[in-house]
Design a protein around this ligand. Structure first.
Ligand code: SR1
Ligand code: MG
Length: 403
């Protein structure tokens, strides 16, 4: 079978093998095994290996629609290019924290990359209780580098504007604008929640004070092109083991607000803490490590810079870090509410089998999400955040479950 490179077609396991043979990732006579393993919301993912050889590759291909909904939701193939170019950008600063990209093709909307199947998806591993001692430090290091070095702090104004154009990603941003910042706060048909939550959700839709704060956060997302951000940094976008962390799936990357990725990561650790209250010390330890590492690496990069006279101005670094933290908490609140009652939920909550406990945990998630949005300016430290979690969460704290 000769592979056609000039026209987009979704791959099959068979055509993926012929593609990789034609590109010499495998020899013609090698016996190649290929499985489609994509379990995300949007793309095809093929894992390929050859019998008797250590060679293993991943082929990720965008579909022209959102897989989670179906062909009725068309979606740009351009996102495959954004993803591979973002991975290459990230690799310039933290190569050990992203998969290696070996080939990409814009027409076919695909990327061939290093296989990471020796690692677990962090969400799945955390639910099972796996231990990732480096997770917080690695994410903090990653964020400090990409945020500083792709922003006006690390690039000239011209370079930064060129990069912002390169990573213009309006269709994927629109998904976040709708699914994270809008639909969950109104009676919208993309929302998805159990009937037992209806009363609480209807109450939430009436809260103008909350909606005003969400409007401010949405405006930040729409207008603050601080730096190249991942755009969807939940624990399903991270592979991890005891020794390694790899950040994957930056198809939502664009020039967005500094605090967005940090907020999503924190929100998803909080989901795991809600799922496993007995592990909350460890999970808040990750949040602590992330923030401490982020602020210390960001500070070092800031202090190394001798070209921008404003970076020497007293108070500017503290103001920047404080704003990032506060915005991150607000974004975390929106992500928590969205993953609880909007489209695209998280397994941490949805797979709690006992229905009363699941509903109650989701109610607490909604309370925590709201508190983060409303009180983000008062929550100054990770300790304050832990206290907020405990206040909202006495029921779970007193009823620790084992997984
Ligand atoms: C239609 S896409 C739904 C969600 O999946 C992705 O992972 C993003 O989080 C998006 O919001
Ligand atoms: Mg994804």
């Amino acid at each position: 079978m000769t592979f056609q490179f000039d026209v987009y077609k979704p791959l099959t396991e068979e055509s993926a093998i012929s593609l990789l043979k034609q590109l010499h990732f495998f020899a013609e006579d090698e016996h190649v095994t290929c499985h489609e393993i994509g379990d995300g919301n949007l793309n095809l993912v093929f894992q390929m290996s050859a019998q008797g050889s250590a060679k293993k590759w991943i082929v990720k291909q965008a579909l022209p629609y959102a897989k989670v909904v179906g062909e009725s939701w068309p979606l740009t193939l351009q996102r495959a290019k954004i993803e591979s170019e973002a991975l290459l950008q990230f690799a310039k600063f933290t190569p050990h924290l992203v998969p290696e990209v070996l080939y990409s093709n814009e027409t076919l909307a695909l990327t061939i990359m290093e296989d990471l199947s020796h690692l677990s998806i962090a969400r799945t591993g955390l639910i099972k209780g796996e231990s990732y001692p480096n997770l917080g430090k690695d994410i903090g290091t990653f964020l400090a580098h990409i945020l500083f070095k792709t922003s006006d702090l690390g690039l000239s104004p011209t370079e930064k504007k060129e990069k912002a154009q390169q990573f213009s990603n309006p269709e994927l941003c629109k998904i976040t604008e709708d699914l994270v910042f809008t639909d969950p706060f109104f009676d919208h048909d993309t929302n998805d929640f159990e009937p037992e939550l209806s009363e609480k959700v209807e109450q939430l839709w009436k809260e103008d004070e909350l909606k005003l704060e969400v409007a401010k956060l949405k405006r930040l997302f729409l207008t603050n092109g601080d730096a190249l951000i991942h755009g969807d940094l939940h624990t399903g976008s991270i592979f991890a083991s005891e020794h390694e962390t790899k950040i994957i799936d930056p198809e939502f990357a664009f020039y967005g607000p500094f605090g967005f990725d940090l907020g999503h990561f924190i929100a998803n650790l909080l989901f795991n803490a809600l799922r496993r209250p007995q592990a909350q010390t460890e999970l808040f330890g990750f949040i602590h490590d992330t923030w401490e590492t982020f602020s210390s690496v960001f500070t070092s990069l800031w202090k190394e810079d001798k070209n921008n006279p404003f970076l020497q101005v007293n108070g500017y670094l503290d103001y920047t870090l404080q704003t990032i933290w506060q915005d991150a908490l607000g974004f975390a609140g929106c992500e928590i509410i969205r993953r609880t009652i909007g489209l695209a939920h998280v397994a941490d909550l949805d797979t709690i089998e006992e229905s009363e406990l699941r509903i109650h945990t989701k109610e607490i998630a909604l309370d925590i999400g709201k508190s983060l949005i409303l009180n983000r300016v008062e929550i100054k430290t990770v300790q304050d955040l832990h206290e907020l979690y405990i206040e909202n969460n006495e029921f779970l704290g007193n009823n620790a479950r084992t997984v």
